[in-house]
Design a protein around this ligand. Structure first.
Ligand code: UD1
Ligand code: MG
Length: 449
């Protein structure tokens, strides 16, 4: 069965108190919209349509960043959820199969649930994702009779009896795409809000003798975000789930509640993550790697057996080969550290390639930027970079070469050579003693006077 996703994202989200459209606020470093889009991808949709309205260009661009094939449509005026879905019709031209409607501000619908809904379509013409709310508040209520879903009533339009129903509408709906548009064409707006309600399609379908059913889900999946406080709650909920999932997959998290994950963090089995580690987007940690306390990682790849931190910073393009070692107060950006290579203390490595087993001494800096251009540093394997070496890029240090501590290396160093680029040391016998005597005498004279 072909699937089309319709994701509603036209709303303004006034309660966020923000210039940024609501669906672009981030949870675990990804816009909420991407979370919804990612869940939908489990169904391998043939088409994805995002309905935009408020700040449409920005929302459309973000949707296309996630999936360049996304069809973006515009709802110029927000007249209700049924009206929003109707705007997707031209983008579904020529499509046959099921349509599933998701909300851009409901980021936690699981892939499993969407698959369950797709399966439930073999039993019902219209399938609605429902949940038992601990506080049903202003959600739409699902009026059922046995297994059958009779209709959905919005809170504003509900009687006292209907408001006492705890089974609520998540907003997620699945139906044949052509049927969905056909049902929507019958939806009117004579209700308390004067809006075209998507949930009205249930009663319309029933009146035609079609069947509607509910797939139940946990309330946590339907968590929507309407305010900054709810965004923070959503972040916390995401982190809780993501940490649990990692531990279930065999990752060791010593103090899970202190580890911050991104929406796309990948960590292999038996990797160890110490307390207070922060993951930005695009990080992959292989099995058995160890990330020590207080490290910050983004856009990087750490291979098996590598050890990072404590207090390390891996920035985009950091690529650590097997058993390499990055210690405290070391920053690595757009650089490859070969297998078994080490940069243990107080170092900046940017735009560089470091060969296997090479040792980078404390305080080493690749001077990669001249204010206009970035330049690369290339160091071969088994090299030894003395402490406090400044490598002024572009520069190459050959296999097995060494640099003397405190050197400023501006010229290439051939394999096996030793480069020393520092002022020659001169010792003045007894001079320290003489200097001290002279200074002491001066000070005594001053205090007497
Ligand atoms: C909707 C449902 C309600 C359900 C609740 C779950 C309707 C009429 N009611 O109510 O039964 O319990 O969600 O959260 O559908 N949107 C548009 N264009 C519009 C209107 C809305 O794109 O013209 C988008 C919004 O941006 C949002 C989603 O649709 O992402 C839902 O709209 P919202 O106004 O939040 O509906 P609720 O009142 O929460
Ligand atoms: Mg809502």
């Amino acid at each position: 069965m072909s699937i089309a996703l319709i994701i509603l994202a036209a709303g303004k989200g006034t309660r966020m108190g923000s210039d940024l459209p609501k669906v672009l606020h981030r949870i675990a470093h990804a816009p909420m919209l991407w979370h919804a889009m990612r869940a939908g991808q489990a169904l391998a949709p043939e088409r994805t349509v995002v309905v935009t309205g408020h700040e449409a260009d920005m929302v459309g661009a973000s949707a296309r960043d996630f999936d360049p094939e996304t069809r973006v449509v515009l709802q110029t005026e927000q007249k209700g959820t049924a009206h929003a879905v109707a705007q997707a019709a031209p983008a579904l031209d020529g499509f046959t199969g099921d349509a599933i409607v998701l909300y851009g501000d409901t980021p936690f619908i699981s892939q499993d649930k969407l698959e369950e809904m797709a399966r439930a379509r073999s039993r019902h013409d219209v399938v609605v994702l429902g949940f038992n709310a601990t506080d049903p508040g202003r959600y739409g209520r699902l009026v059922t009779e046995g297994d059958a879903l009779l209709r959905i009533v919005e809170y504003k339009d509900a009687t006292e009896d209907e408001r006492s129903i705890a089974l609520c509408n998540s907003g997620v709906v699945a139906a044949d795409a052509t049927l969905l548009m056909d049902l929507i064409s019958e939806v009117g707006n004579s209700n308390a809000a004067g809006e075209y309600y998507l949930p009205d399609i249930v009663a319309i379908a029933r009146a035609r003798g079609l069947s509607a059913g509910v797939v139940p889900c946990d309330e946590s999946e339907t968590l929507g975000v309407n305010s900054r406080a709810e965004l923070a709650q959503a972040e916390a909920a995401f982190q809780r789930c993501a940490r649990l999932r990692l531990m279930e997959d065999g990752v060791a998290l010593q103090a899970p509640e202190t580890v911050w994950l991104a929406w796309d963090t990948v960590i292999g089995r038996d990797a160890e993550i110490e307390p207070n580690v922060v993951f930005g987007p695009c990080v992959t940690i292989e099995s058995g790697a160890r990330i020590r306390a207080f490290s910050h990682l983004e856009g990087c790849h750490v291979s098996r057996g590598a050890i990072v931190g404590p207090f390390a910073r891996l920035r985009p393009g950091a690529e650590l080969a097997e058993h390499s070692r990055v210690g405290n107060f070391v920053e690595i950006k757009n650089a490859h550290l070969g297998a078994g290579a080490k940069a243990n203390h107080l170092t900046y490595i940017g735009d560089a390639d470091i060969g296997e087993r090479t040792n980078i001494g404390a305080g080493t800096v690749t001077c990669n930027y001249d204010g206009f251009f970035k330049h690369r540093t290339t160091i071969g394997k088994d090299a030894f970079i003395g402490s406090d070496t400044m490598l002024v890029a572009p520069v190459t240090v050959g296999d097995g070469a060494m640099t003397g501590s405190g050197s400023v290396v501006t010229k290439n160093v051939a394999p096996g050579d030793l480069a020393i680029g520092r002022a020659r040391q001169e010792n003045k016998p007894g001079m320290a003693r003489a200097l001290r005597d002279m200074l002491r005498a001066k000070k005594q004279k001053q205090t007497k006077g």
